[in-house]
Design a protein around this ligand. Structure first.
Ligand code: F6R
Length: 607
């Protein structure tokens, strides 16, 4: 969630550092800072608040330095403040660092350094690293050795950028469990915590793996492990450009991304059907697992991606006679999951960087389970940790609230279930019909987006409301959960989701005159049951917005939105678009910062 940029070259560093940080703003932050390197001294500026506050303090036109580092911080250790903002420097301002992650042994390190006379200026774990570098520089007499000695003494997770006036053209970059990407041109080398920060200069990038140090000098990059052994460099090409990360005509990234869903789903499905209309998934073919022995499947993720997992597990459980489970990653890693060689764990993450999900992948790997990741970000940590990775092709998702990532995750999860049916022998009824409807999904999503204005009018109902309730059964339940999450995160209206049949076991006590209930009834088998539950809320004065399929009778309801005719397994992919729009319009009516909701960050790289 924090952002890092670094630049060393033959031109001024500051413009790249600032524009890179701007590109990373979407990740969420509460302070920003930069250090520029001269041979005599380092110059550091840092400010609590937005990047623009920092820019006001900088005399941008008069900063000729050609090497520097920048950071946007999202507080973990120590409140948001100028002192706690990064970069952090040693006492005589000759070494400066920025850091994402958490130094777990900082308490011991700090006590040790304080005993040696080092004086700390902040409450952060990060500052410890600056003083430790100073100590090691005094011991070794050169910066390179000081960096390796320091990294060896750190526990926890880090993406670190280190500059010093002892080595004024060099940036040392170290990575463990936090993302870091480096790139170069003829006369410059640079880094960022996310590819978006580099795209203005190059599309060919080198994502660092855990345990790697990159040494950046103008026009060159040296890659080693933490012991200093030279490593092969695996460069990749980023297939999208900055243009794709712009708002392109919409007033927010969220709205743009909602509208990108037909394309995102089309791209995600591209190449997934063979000439016989069976699912093509070479990644799953490559998985080392004995399919006849497969005993259980876990679906694991956080937040919106977790809702996609609930959807997948509900569907898998309907068709397969293999035990299946769905768990939030933060619980999975501390619970007692049954993991062995006959277990498949499926991890879903838009960013591919979520700390809890990454830790869950590592746990499953350690226990010998087969691990498959579904992620949207090429070269992300989760993609490099799981045994195999399936990529959604949603393109960069900038709005904090996830939309196109969710629908593409479900689409790919359904493909995966179809593939697992083939591998393990369970039957999906009327497979050919399902394939035909999956191919129609982009068109169905285009149709549903035409209801935008109607949803906009309905959202008016919610702007004055304190609470809203979302209900549904079976595959409608994860859609209800996702609708409630979207509404609360962007519009701050309190929203809860329940299995429709659970209402009368408690939550119905909250329903009173004019309470808004968004009821999902897209699943023909359970629609009649849901209708009875809706009646129970109407009897208590609730106002109902009903989302249903094209066949279920609903004349009695004032506010009805219908998803186009489609197989019931896919109805939730269309229905959720209405709920995303609903959240968007409510937030807009209330004047909320739609793309950057308060307290949230795009990528949650701390536990
Ligand atoms: C909500 C949202 C979050 C993420 C969650 C997991 O709109 O975006 O709930 O879904 O933080 O993030 P990823 O998918 O990047 O692992």
């Amino acid at each position: 969630m924090c952002g890092i940029t670094g630049f060393t070259g033959k031109s001024r560093a500051l413009p790249f550092l600032l524009q890179g940080l701007e590109k990373l703003e979407y990740r969420g932050y509460d302070s920003a800072g930069v250090t520029l390197v001269g041979t005599e001294e380092l110059k550091t500026w840092k400010e609590k608040g937005r990047l623009s506050v920092l820019e006001e303090k900088l005399d941008i036109a008069h900063c000729p330095q050609r090497c520097g580092i920048g950071h946007t911080r999202w507080a973990t250790h120590g409140i948001p403040s100028n002192l706690n903002a990064h970069p952090h420097n040693n006492m005589d301002n000759t070494i400066s660092i920025v850091h994402n992650g958490i130094i777990e042994n900082y308490v011991e390190l700090r006590a040790d350094l304080e005993a040696k006379g080092f004086v700390f200026a902040s409450e952060t774990d990060t500052e410890t690293v600056a003083h430790l570098l100073d100590f090691n520089y005094r011991e070794t007499g050169n910066m390179r050795d000081a960096v390796y000695a320091t990294i060896a003494g750190l526990e926890g997770s880090f993406a670190l950028c280190i500059v010093s006036c002892y080595d004024p053209e060099t940036i040392y970059v170290a990575k463990k469990e936090n993302p870091m990407i480096v790139g170069k041109t003829g006369d410059a080398a640079f880094c960022a915590s996310d590819a978006t920060g580099l795209l203005s200069l190059t599309k060919d990038v080198l994502p660092l793996d855990d345990g790697q140090i990159a040494i950046l000098k103008p026009g060159s990059i040296e890659l080693t492990d933490f012991a200093g052994k030279a490593l092969e460099q695996n460069w990749i090409h980023i297939p999208y450009d900055m243009e794709a990360a712009q708002k392109g005509g919409y007033d927010s990234f969220m709205m743009k991304e909602i509208h990108e869903q037909p394309d995102a789903v089309r791209e995600t499905l591209r190449g997934r059907f063979d000439k016989n209309d069976r699912i093509r998934m070479d990644e799953i073919d490559a998985l080392e697992i004995s399919w006849e022995r497969l005993r259980r499947v876990y679906f694991i993720a956080c937040g919106t991606a977790y809702h996609a997992c609930i959807y997948a597990r509900t569907l898998f459980d309907r068709y397969a006679d293999i035990d299946s489970f769905v768990m939030p990653a933060s619980e999975f890693r501390y619970g007692t999951p049954k993991l062995d060689a006959d277990t498949l764990c499926v991890f879903v993450s838009q960013s591919g960087e979520t700390a809890d999900t990454l830790a869950a992948v590592k746990l499953a790997n350690e226990k010998g389970a087969a691990t498959a990741a579904i992620t949207n970000v090429l070269g992300s940590s989760i993609s490099r940790t799981a045994d195999v990775t399936l990529y959604t092709a949603a393109g960069p998702e900038i709005a904090v609230a996830s939309t196109k990532a969710y629908t593409t995750q479900i689409v790919l999860l359904i493909c995966l279930i179809m593939k697992l049916a083939e591998k393990t022998g369970f039957v999906i009824p009327d497979y050919a019909h399902l394939v035909a409807d999956m191919k129609r999904l982009p068109q169905i999503l285009t149709e549903i987006l035409k209801l935008e204005d109607t949803v906009g009018q309905l959202a008016d109902m919610l702007k004055e409301q304190r609470d809203a309730y979302f209900i549904g059964r079976q595959l409608d339940y994860p859609t209800a959960l996702e609708g409630a999450l979207k509404l609360k995160e962007v519009s701050y209206v309190h929203a809860d989701a329940y299995y429709a049949g659970e209402l009368k076991h408690g939550p119905i006590a909250l329903i009173e005159k004019d309470t808004v209930v968004v009821a999902m009834a897209t699943q023909p088998e359970v629609a009649a049951k849901t209708m009875s539950n809706i009646q129970e809320t109407i009897a208590r004065g609730a106002r109902i917005i009903l989302i249903t399929d094209s066949t279920i009778p609903a004349e009695r309801f004032e506010y009805v939105l219908r998803v186009p005719a489609v197989r019931e397994e896919l109805a939730g992919i269309a229905a959720v678009v209405l709920l995303q729009l609903f959240a968007y319009f409510t937030a807009k009516e209330k004047g909320c910062d739609i793309d950057k909701p308060r307290n949230l960050a795009k990528s949650v790289t701390v536990e």
